[in-house]
Write a protein that binds this ligand. Structure first.
Ligand code: ATP
Ligand code: MG
Length: 659
């Protein structure tokens, strides 16, 4: 008997591969691309030599002579005898190279205030903040928790920690006191950096009260450093609380960066919690910065002199760490940073920002793209998006329909889309098209990047042939890989390295098409087993989203007496569709049946107003499964809005629809 999630069978997966649309790289972009097809060959011939060469993008205080030490797997060391300062690489060296006047960050506040920070100014700010942390007693090897809105001080705080060798633990600014307390405790943070508040949905939203509550519950926090953003009233603990502007304001802008070992801890970051309790992922310095810088250069084709780059993620997620702070700044990029929500004060805010700053490279998530689809094509059409030249996606599998919408409505049918697969654990992009090389396919992340080894295996760890499906694994260590789960080496081994010997198991299902290109199928935990057939949630969801009445869909397998599991679909309808329309539900079931085959027809389809998502915008199918099986809900600490689950629970008693 097959166990649920054991293998993603071939027959159910044939459907995604019906996708036959292909898009060649734009000729002009290809002609001047940073990276050409040769990179794959070069990395294949000498993988370690390739990474050693990429490490030379960085400025080392002591050049590494070693590349990889894999003598004690799965504990990797990269460039171990090298020494560097990460903040120096992200800031000072650009000023020294004569680019101090280049804008590093165009900050756009939600209320419409803006601020441009040049590399020279960033260097001054980071230096002052580094001195301030030292004055507050932070030393090399300590941990600092950061709980800030999307303002430049978030980046400055991270770089200041890096500059003095303290590891930061950034906690997403929307999390509760509980989540902050748990993360402070797990990492044993000595100082917390927060703000009075930030602007969200048109009004100031307090941050400090959650920190005050969290700090009162845990031992060990000596100082709370408070950035003034909204000027709202805050409670103040004398002797513990310190205003950021006061302490940094009196520091020198001269600060000599100390060089640290390449394997010195850079940060701890907790995963999104989509599949369960978040894990504290540890990243170190030299290898992490090498791969974030290389991938940012290669995958976005970044030209630092002319591009304006914008990543819409929050700094609280790994995407914000690697592709707002470290990768772009190591490359001397000019970027936009936006504080607020995409619909404040209107649903065209993102496109207004693209137009205002002449954004050339945009990196966002499928959840955002599906929301823009729901809002309508007319909204982006009102703005001049002609500056755009490369579009990126990250966070979830992107449905082919959403991909096509993104290409047409945002990319004017000319910008290549790079669908980048990676994880908090991988630290940097792993599988993605290259914009000047790859002929793209809507919905596929396509191919491991140069220097990266990924494949798909079956239950017995055998590599599946082209056309086969199974588990995504990484077969060789990579520079930006996690080094462990903070404080729990055994959990690190058990979680990632024990399912398939010597290979890193990512937890995701995937399929290789006939060209060997990789299609992500969602989490293995989410795969459904219906009457002996494995069916991936991604496929059924993509089929639903390809129906004109559906904006978003989440599909789960719920225990079923006759079929083992039955497919239950939760759908958000587009503007004009009526949730009470019984005919529509039947129509949707038939649409899935026609697209994927009768076996994939959902047993129940429930129109809902919202789906449970993590704060990073990913659908939490495990909670929907709990609801569908009448279980108590699992860990909800990373859920955006708990009332969503109550609303969904009230919809559930509806009678199952019959065939
Ligand atoms: P947790 O591990 O706590 O459950 P999480 O996996 O959501 O949380 P992240 O590290 O933020 O935390 O997300 C990585 C996961 O996101 C990947 O394993 C994959 O499932 C999904 N993902 C990211 N990018 C893509 C992509 N381009 N295509 C498909 N899936 C993606
Ligand atoms: Mg994960």
């Amino acid at each position: 008997m097959q166990r649920k999630g054991d293998v993603v069978s071939n027959e159910s997966l044939a459907n995604l591969l019906k996708e036959e649309r292909r898009f060649a790289p734009p000729v002009e972009l290809a002609a001047a691309a940073n990276v050409t097809a040769e990179a794959y060959e070069q990395a294949k011939a000498d993988r370690l030599g390739f990474w050693a060469e990429q490490a030379r993008r960085l400025t080392w205080a002591t050049e590494p002579t070693e590349t990889l030490d894999w003598s004690n797997p799965p504990f990797a060391k990269w460039f171990a005898d090298g020494k560097l300062n990460v903040a120096y690489n992200c800031v000072d060296r650009h000023v020294e190279a004569g680019n101090g006047e280049r804008v590093a960050i165009h900050f756009e506040g939600e209320p419409g205030d803006s601020r441009a920070l040049t590399y020279a100014e960033l260097k001054d700010e980071v230096s002052r903040a580094a001195h301030a942390l030292t004055e507050l007693g932070v030393e090399k090897g300590d941990r600092v928790a950061v709980y800030l809105p999307m303002i430049p001080e978030a980046v400055i705080a991270m770089l200041a920690c890096a500059r003095i060798g303290a590891a930061h633990s950034v906690v997403f600014g929307g999390f509760s006191a509980d989540a902050i307390a748990a993360r402070i405790k797990d990492a044993d943070a000595k100082v917390v950096i927060t703000a009075d508040g930030g602007y969200r949905r048109g009004k100031p939203s307090a941050l400090k009260p959650a920190v005050d509550e969290a700090v009162s519950r845990v031992e060990g926090v000596q100082k709370v450093l408070v950035v003034q953003r909204t000027k709202q009233d805050v409670a103040w603990t004398e002797g513990r609380d310190v205003w950021w502007h006061e302490i940094t304001g009196r520091q020198s802008t001269e600060h000599t960066p100390e060089a640290f070992d390449a394997e010195h801890p850079l940060f701890i970051l907790y995963t999104s919690g989509t599949t369960g309790k978040p894990k504290g992922i540890l990243h170190t310095s030299g290898g992490y910065l090498t791969q974030t810088a290389y991938t940012h250069h290669a995958v976005f084709d970044l030209k630092p002199e002319t591009d304006v780059y914008w990543c819409t993620a929050d700094v609280g997620w790994v995407t914000g760490h690697s592709y707002i702070t470290y990768g772009p700044l190591a490359n001397g990029a000019t970027q936009v940073m936006y504080e607020g929500t995409p619909d404040t004060p209107h649903q065209g805010r993102f496109w207004e920002i693209v137009q205002k700053y002449g954004v050339t490279i945009l990196y966002t998530a499928p959840t955002a793209i599906r929301t823009f689809m729901k809002w309508g094509d007319d909204i982006p059409a009102k703005f001049d998006l002609s500056s755009l030249r490369v579009l990126g996606s990250v966070g979830e599998p992107i449905n082919p329909e959403a991909w096509m919408w993104y290409r047409k409505n945002i990319g004017a049918d000319k910008c290549p889309i790079v669908d980048t697969w990676w994880q908090t654990e991988t630290g940097a992009m792993m599988i993605s098209p290259l914009p000047g090389v790859t002929e793209t396919k809507p919905g596929s992340a396509q191919r491991a990047l140069p220097g990266i080894a990924a494949t798909v295996v079956d239950d017995e760890a055998n590599e599946v042939p082209d056309g086969g499906g199974g588990y995504l694994v990484l077969t060789e260590p990579w520079p930006s890989m996690l080094r462990t789960i903070w404080g729990d080496d055994q959990r690190f081994i058990d979680t990632y390295w024990s399912r398939f010997q010597d290979r890193y198991f990512a937890g995701d299902g995937a399929k290789k098409d006939e060209d060997g290109d990789i299609w992500l199928l969602g989490r293995v935990d989410d795969v459904m087993l219906v009457s002996g057939h494995n069916i991936s949630t991604t496929e059924v969801e993509s089929a639903l989203v390809s129906h004109p009445s559906v904006a978003e869909a989440a599909v789960v397998g719920a225990a079923d007496e006759t079929t083992g599991q039955a497919i239950v679909a939760f759908v958000i309808l587009r503007g004009t569709a009526n949730a009470e329309d019984e005919g529509l539900v039947a129509d949707l079931r038939n649409h899935v049946g026609a697209t994927l085959g009768p076996i994939a027809k959902p047993k129940r389809i429930l129109p809902v107003a919202e789906l449970p998502k993590t704060r990073s915008g990913k659908i939490m199918r495990r909670l929907l499964r709990d609801v569908a099986e009448n279980r108590e809900l699992g860990d909800v600490t990373t859920l955006t809005d708990s009332s969503v689950m109550e609303l969904i629970q009230t919809r559930l008693p509806a009678a199952p629809s019959e065939d």
